[in-house]
Ligand binder design. Structure first.
Ligand code: SAM
Length: 251
């Protein structure tokens, strides 16, 4: 397993996953115990929170993340994991869908985004919400990402420790592709030597209009972009990250 995946929960120990799960919960107003399609479940942190009130079908295309999630969610009968592309998932009729923590920015281009939206739409009930967050391309183009170092102190199943993470972005403003080189030092209590983790993540910044157009083409309507930091305020030109809420159009 890649070290980045092994230490993912240390690196993101400061993320408040509950905020995302609570927004999803507020959007799904149908069944007493709804069914949720979760795309890009990573190590399963969201899945576990969503599974407190819903049945989760999680889709994860990365083998290492899928293995980490299997281990973490073993024994939770409310969660089923499908490893691969969503088109291979043999299930539908979901009450809602979610792709949380920048999954959309892992989708490399317009064609792949349209594919993901279409495959999601056809598995949702009419009117069901689809929630995802994404970097705001228009905002990043004027306020470009820069090198950052963050220190995260954690105390979780990995033990107690500190992760010092530096991210080096390389942003191609023409193609809106962005390469993030991660350099992370994880210090675990009781372990003499720190662990050095490196990872390169290739992301793409989709324009707001392209996202809205692809959602409509895929069969979604009632599309709203919100400011992540000030949710439920609408996104503006200073919103570096946005929540997107769309609904499966009534058929
Ligand atoms: C930053 S991680 C977020 C993981 C998790 N949702 C969380 O909040 O910790 C993005 C995840 O989405 C997965 N992913 C990206 N595109 C995907 C796709 N089209 N289908 C399934 N998984 C995808 C990646 O493999 C990665 O595990």
């Amino acid at each position: 397993m890649r070290l980045f995946v092994e230490y993912y929960d240390a690196i993101y120990s400061d993320k408040n996953y509950k905020v995302d799960a609570d927004i999803m919960r507020s959007l799904v107003k149908t069944a007493a115990r709804p069914s949720i399609l979760e795309i890009g479940s990573g190590t399963g942190n969201q899945s576990l929170l969503l599974a407190e009130w819903a049945n989760i079908a999680a889709v994860e295309m990365d083998k290492d993340f899928a293995n980490a999630m299997r281990k973490k969610c073993a024994g939770n009968n409310a969660i089923t994991l499908f490893e691969g592309d969503i088109s291979g998932l043999d299930a539908n009729g979901f009450d809602g869908a979610a792709a949380l923590f920048h999954v959309l920015n892992y989708v490399p281009d317009h064609t792949a985004m349209l594919h993901l939206f279409k495959e999601t739409a056809k598995r949702l009930k009419s009117g069901a919400p689809f929630l995802f967050d994404m970097w705001h391309a228009e905002c990043a183009l004027v306020d470009e990402p820069y090198e950052t170092t963050r220190v995260k102190v954690f105390d979780n199943y990995l033990g107690k420790g500190k992760a010092t993470q530096t991210i080096y972005p390389t942003f191609n403003t023409q193609t809106r592709d962005i390469r993030l080189d991660y350099d992370i030092v994880v210090e675990l209590e009781g372990r003499a030597e720190p662990v050095h983790v490196t990872e390169t993540i290739n992301m793409h910044l989709h324009l707001e209009g392209e996202v809205a157009g692809a959602l409509r083409e895929a069969g979604f309507s009632d599309i709203t972009f919100y400011d992540v930091k000030n949710y439920p305020e609408l996104a503006n030109d200073k919103s570096w990250t946005m929540w997107v809420v769309a609904h499966r159009a009534q058929s």
